[in-house]
Ligand binder design. Sequence first.
Ligand code: PEP
Ligand code: MG
Length: 572
Amino acid sequence: MQQLFHGLSAAPGVGIGNLYKYSPIPADDSGGTPAPPVGDPEDEWERFLAARLLVDEELARLAQIGQTATAEIFLVHREILHDSTLTEAVRAAIDSGSDATSATRQATGQLVKLFQDLSDQYFASRATDIRDVGQRLVYRLGGITSARQLNPLPNGTILLAEDLTPFDTTHLDQAHVVGIALAASTPTAHTAILARSLGIPLVCSAGAEILQLHSGMFAVVDGIRGRLLVDPDEETLEQYELTRSRLRRFQAEALSHSHEPALTPDGERIPVRVNVNSREDLLHIHSNGAEGIGLLRTENLFQHRTSAPTISEQLDAYQDVHSYTNSHSLTVRLLDIGGDKPVSYLQQPAEANPFLGVRGIRLLLRHPQMLIDQARALVELAHNVSPVSRIRILIPMISKVNEVQQTLDLLNEVPGYLHCRQQLGTLEVGVLIEVPSAALLAHHLAPQVDFLSIGTNDLAQYTLAADRVNSAVATLATPLDPSVLRLIALTCEAGRANGISVAICGEIGGDPSVQPLLLGLGLNEISVAGPAVPMVKSAIRRVDMDSARALAAKALKCSRAQEIHQLLHDFG
Ligand code: PEP
Ligand code: MG
């Protein structure tokens, strides 16, 4: 009999196939393999060091070429790999008679347990990273790991799991997995970002009940509506097969027109740009026909170092990124660290609620030299670009009008800033609207800047008071809630009244079905994950602006997110 499980859509598409239930081997479990004969402790220690070197090289490569959409996670894993607590625990286990593999399992198992028991959610989530590093080491030492369970897999596999780590995902048999269903996790987690860039439909937060299902059951992952259907009836299956083939046709069609502009039938031109987190994302710009970069997250450049990058190191990095924009603009977000993304050399005190703490511009205004240095590098770059491929500085985490004023006062002092902005026309400055107070005061912010960009990931989190990485409240933090839409509308009104452009760079912008609503609300530019560009452009080409405005007006009168979902469904 057909069974339906509701979750959240984390990567679009429809996958039809057989479930494969994945239960990772705990870090400290040998998986039933007989322990290898134990060599001399010094030999075992050498084996461990050799494996650690290989893992380090692997992580460095992944961080650089970005096998996943985020290099940052692999840099964190390198830190764990070299952490003295882990290394000393392995050494102690070897000295007391364990072989290198068992010693690694024991040491990582103990650490995982220690972190899992901590009440602080940030540290508890580090347990997954430690397990991941432990798996890589054990794998290199020749022991059983979860990777063996994930590759190879039969064709048409729907992977069912509680959650996946980046290690699991990079070792997944990607060619044969047609869908992923996770009991936990959220659409903004690393696995979701990776699944979107691989084009694998993913449903997350589907609840612990899905873990009662068995491998081999026939199922459909509906990454569009966030559902898992097991044993679908004949009619439902037929509908899904149709949707899947229609989607494939749309995708192929969209890709063949991706280098053409996104122009609505009424002649509204909407630039579609990409969000860049890692070097890998740069490769999507040209192949998917994106018009430059709408959000460059610069945090990677500053983290996992012993001191801040110099102006010339930053300039090199920004020049390199700019060379991928094909003469389109590059929006660089000023450093958005602090809170849950600490940098060791700043020695920030621990915070109980990091997302509500000294983050983004709040941190930069306390360390103005960091802001000035980043701006100097960007101004230098702006001296050497043309107005069409201009540099746009984006200020994150603004919650007060005076924070914009203070930031502009600092920028005005940077040599060449005013010249580039006023004479050369190669530099713009904008505010990231991601805190409700900024949206409510957008009419005071807009006159001070050249553009606004709406970060719906944080805007939804802060408006609905629902942590964006906590699966227990993931359904609350939707940007399609009427409260968030009203804030978007206010921001667009402020942009229009002041004659400046309003962009969106949150994840919701990558959903083709919401384009009529976004354009109807008044957004002028969209910035999305690279693979989403062709479908977003193609959706924009079908938007009739009058109907889109009528849709937005109706949506703004709704009281519940469900009504907005229904409106979108009926519209399109
Ligand atoms: C956002 O908050 O929507 C955003 C684009 O920034 P980030 O996801 O990096 O916080
Ligand atoms: Mg944000």
